[in-house]
Structures are given as structure tokens and as C-alpha cells.
Write a protein that binds this ligand. Structure first.
Ligand code: NAD
Ligand code: SER
Length: 321
């Protein structure tokens, strides 16, 4: 039974909502939210313990684990694909050294349960792109992808070698309305909603027919908390489960927005992120997640679009964005 959970990178797109989801399950006082950024979002700061933590600072990680008597870690801190291509040394440093710090400190302190997200970025140009299998070729062409493959391999190694309980999901592009994404290739699928509401048009940095797997945040939270609480003895995979929801092109997303906002316009000006997107799958076979821990997404494209537009329009009306 988990008593005290520490989250790294809690201020990011996923962490800012996942922290609240975990606090609902384990109790507000029992989920310690940390981030490199010392100023955490008010929703997180005001409803449970928080602390500043650079995951490269192993001593501080050790001291927080002792201070709060942590027995599980959700390690979200990372540099994402687009920022990682602009600064590959930083991506390697934060993603690899941060992850090995978390794993090693946990091992030394007897912490067994760790969740570390992976990504569709583990796949590359040599991976089958349609209905990408769970167990397949992992030869990514980005530094971010390299670190995510290594993270999965490390996670599986710590399960086998040290009997630890490491779990991870290969998240697709996550679409949400609370916190903006932190510099990935799938960020267009969030930015499009803000520009639709604010300006009625959007210039997309990917080509209109670039199909990528995506997921709405409520499904991301559900997948994460479901896997986190799944029966370990039933898992045959550990650090890198495929999880799918829906696959879309920018054009399909624009058409979904036009069902609600008929005058919305999209134009296309592909940049360096096009090559990254072209190396990733069109869609994902997530049958292992469905069989081993009962994964089932709830949102399709139009259901997500309606909710995204409703919430972002309301924020705009209130002058919040
Ligand atoms: P994000 O960029 O929005 O947030 C990352 C957070 O990590 C930020 O708050 C940042 O301040 C923090 N951080 C950066 N360097 C740090 C350091 N040295 N020490 C401590 N904190 C640091 O990212 P996200 O989208 O919330 O992603 C969370 C995890 O999910 C990452 O591992 C990412 O690779 C993975 N993921 C995300 C997506 C997605 O679409 N959002 C898709 C696939 C995988
Ligand atoms: N959304 C992430 C990115 O684009 C995928 O890991 O980097």
C-alpha cells in the first residue's frame, strides 16, 4: 500500500493535472509535488506539500525522500522532443541523469514503486508505422527518443535485476486545457484550440496529412492512475506500454473544430518538427495494455474538441487567456 508519493516535474503539462488526480486517490497531504521551477501552480501549491527539486540534484532528492518518508515516485521531469532537438546535450542530461538518479536513490532507499513515462518517440523510421506493435523495433531518430528508449530499458532492468516495480506508458501526444505543453512535436494539437478561440485561425507547423496518435488529458490521467494501481503480478510488460486513444492529422483536427466553429481557418507552414513527426507512428496497437491492466480510452476526437473549445472559450471570456 502506497503511503507517500513524490512527483518530479509536477508543474508541467501532465504533472499539473496528474498531481491533483493522485492527491484524490492517496490524500492531499500524501503527494509531494516537486519541480525545477520554484513557483508551482497555485492549484498544486495550495492543496498539498510542494518543494523545489532539480532531478539532477541527487542529494536534494535523497533528503526529500527522507523528509517526507516517500515510498513511491512518479518521475515526470524531462525535456521533450522539439526542445530536445534544439539542445540535445540538455535532453540527454536531464532525461538520462535525472532518471538514473531517481532509480538509484529509490533502489538504495528501498522504494519499489516508480512510474516513468515513455513516449511514442521511442519509435523511429524503421518501426512499422501503422498499428505499431507493442514489441517492435526501437530505433528513434531524436535525442528525446534515444533517452526514452534508454529509460524503458533501464526500467525493465531494475525490475529484473533488483525486483523493483517500475511502470511506464508510451504516451501519445497529450491534449489538454490547463497547462500548456512544454516543447514537443505534438504541441500543435493544443495551440490550435487557443488560436481558434482567440483569432479564429491557426498556422500549423506540421503538414495537413501528418497523422499521429493523440490522447485527451482525462484519458491520460486514467491510463496513468490505472496502470499505477494495477496488479503487478498480472503485468508482462513494465516500463513501456503502448496506449492509444485516437489518431489524427492537423486537417482532421481542423475539421473537428469547424463542426463547432464553421469559420475557423487553418494554414500550414511545416518547420523542423515535421521530420520528427514523420519518424513517429500513425497509430498504436495497445492490446497489451488492454489485456494486462484493462486499458480503455473514453474520449474520441469530437468529444475532446467540444470540451476543449468550451473550456478555452470560457477562459477567454473571463480574460484568463
Ligand atoms: P512538460 O515539459 O510540460 O513538463 C516537464 C516539467 O519538468 C516542467 O515543469 C519542468 O519545469 C520540469 N523540469 C525540467 N527539467 C527539470 C529538472 N532538471 N528537474 C526537475 N524538473 C524539471 O512535460 P509533460 O508534457 O508534462 O511531460 C511529462 C512526462 O511525460 C515527460 O517524461 C514526457 O517525456 C512524457 N510525455 C509527455 C507527452 C505529452 O504529450 N505531454 C507525450 C509523451 C510523453
Ligand atoms: N508530445 C511529446 C512530444 O511531442 C511526445 O513525447 O515531444
Amino acid at each position: 500500500m502506497i503511503k507517500k508519493l513524490l512527483i518530479t516535474g509536477a508543474n508541467g503539462q501532465i504533472g499539473s493535472e496528474l498531481t491533483l488526480a493522485f492527491r484524490k486517490i492517496y490524500g492531499h497531504e500524501n503527494v509531494v509535488a516537486t519541480d525545477l521551477n520554484p513557483v508551482l501552480r497555485a492549484e498544486i501549491k495550495d492543496n498539498g506539500p510542494t518543494d523545489q527539486l532539480d532531478v539532477l540534484d541527487r542529494k536534494k532528492l535523497e533528503s526529500l525522500i527522507d523528509q517526507y518518508q516517500i515510498d513511491a515516485i512518479v518521475h515526470l521531469a524531462a525535456i521533450l522532443s522539439a526542445v530536445g532537438e534544439k539542445n540535445s546535450q540538455m535532453a540527454w542530461n536531464v532525461n538520462m541523469n535525472g532518471t538514473i538518479n531517481v532509480l538509484e536513490v529509490a533502489r538504495e532507499k528501498g522504494i519499489k514503486r516508480i512510474f516513468i513515462p515513455s513516449s511514442i518517440a521511442v519509435f523511429g523510421p524503421t518501426t512499422p508505422r501503422d498499428c505499431t506493435p507493442q514489441d517492435t523495433i526501437l530505433q528513434p531518430s531524436t535525442m528525446y527518443g534515444v533517452t526514452k528508449v534508454a529509460g524503458e530499458l533501464l526500467g525493465d532492468y531494475y525490475v529484473q535485476k533488483f525486483g523493483m516495480d517500475i511502470r511506464g506508458l508510451r504516451y501519445p501526444g497529450i491534449i489538454s486545457h490547463e497547462t500548456l505543453p512544454g516543447g514537443g512535436t505534438t504541441d500543435y494539437a493544443v495551440a490550435i484550440f487557443y488560436d481558434a478561440v482567440k483569432h479564429g485561425k491557426y498556422e500549423c507547423f506540421l503538414k495537413e496529412d501528418t497523422k499521429l496518435p493523440m490522447m485527451y488529458m482525462p484519458d491520460c490521467l486514467k491510463a496513468t492512475t490505472d496502470l499505477f494501481q494495477a496488479d503487478f503480478s498480472k503485468l508482462r510488460h513494465h516500463a513501456g506500454f503502448n496506449v492509444g486513444a485516437f489518431s489524427i492529422t492537423p486537417q482532421a483536427l481542423a475539421e473537428s473544430i469547424q463542426k463547432v466553429m464553421p469559420n475557423f481557418e487553418i494554414t500550414y507552414k511545416p518547420d523542423f518538427r515535421q521530420a520528427i513527426a514523420d519518424s513517429w507512428p500513425n497509430c498504436i496497437d495497445d492490446s497489451a495494455a488492454r489485456e494486462e491492466w484493462g486499458w480503455k480510452p473514453q474520449y474520441d476526437l469530437d468529444a475532446m474538441t467540444e470540451e476543449m473549445l468550451r473550456v478555452i472559450s470560457e477562459k477567454h471570456r473571463q480574460g484568463l487567456i
